[in-house]
Design a protein around this ligand. Sequence first.
Ligand SMILES: NC(=O)c1ccc[n+]([C@@H]2O[C@H](COP(=O)([O-])OP(=O)(O)OC[C@H]3O[C@@H](n4cnc5c(N)ncnc54)[C@H](O)[C@@H]3O)[C@@H](O)[C@H]2O)c1
Length: 284
Amino acid sequence: MILDRNENKDVAVLLGAGSMGMAILRRVAAGKKILLGGRRQNSLDKAAESLRYSGYDVETFVVDAVDHVQVRAFAEKAASLGPIKIFIDTAGASPSQASPEEIIRLDLIGTAYALDIFGEVMAPGGAGVIISSMTGYMPHHLTPEDENALALTSTEKLAELDCLRDEKITNSGIAYIVSKRCNHLRVRTAAATTWAERGARINSISPGIIVTPLAYDEFNAPGTTYQSMIDTCAVKRAGTSDEIAAAGAYLLGPDAGFVTGTDLLIDGGTIAALKSGLFNLRAR
Ligand SMILES: NC(=O)c1ccc[n+]([C@@H]2O[C@H](COP(=O)([O-])OP(=O)(O)OC[C@H]3O[C@@H](n4cnc5c(N)ncnc54)[C@H](O)[C@@H]3O)[C@@H](O)[C@H]2O)c1
């Protein structure tokens, strides 16, 4: 049976088909052609099937977000399907899942490449959302000069920056904080340059503790401060992917037509509690 007679549909792209990405997609991709990207075909097949059984039109593409050649091929595939109006990047690894080097390669450099590459193919009027993290608001060693370099250095040269040397990135927690802070800075620059030239908008969301498989890996890791964050934050609970999806739909939709280059912190008040001295981050 033909469920959709439309041709030449707008395209919605998700890189990293995890919990938050899928939740955002469900809010914004009805009537569009979806391209799902992720590392493993079997996970992509499961995600695609759940979308198809809910009425979405989906294709999949195996892509490792740390490999910019693969990300470029993914973007070319997306562009071949039609005008790309939506780009969502949720590919990421958390501190308990990966080494400092892996986090820098995926969360920082991989995201920077994705911003560059999709900044070349977005359709006019399109919009993107990168999932960063509230950790981008946590204390770090970056000076204003370091931040300027992280914002403006070409992506191929990011790995050479002094602030990303092994002596500075001494553990996965620091790698994650710096990577997510860098996401904010790269989104700001991309919004003003490459994405602006395409007539497209780009923003990031910085979630607090959101219950997903990735978060469960963190809950189970030794020495985390998750319980104190939940206990001291204003809303006294963890968040859900659907709450992030509501914000994603806003940023990707027409009500946010004047919003670009910014980050939306959605953390139930955790950073407010940290900055008000209600809990301390333990060294990880
Ligand atoms: N869950 C939280 O509490 C939380 C809080 C703040 C930020 N984040 C960030 O949100 C994003 C989404 O995480 P989530 O919580 O939805 O978890 P998730 O595990 O459901 O999603 C992460 C997705 O990224 C994919 N991925 C990982 N490495 C990849 C690679 N190299 N190439 C392609 N895909 C890759 C995973 O397969 C998975 O589908 C991540 O960037 C994470 O750092 C999560």
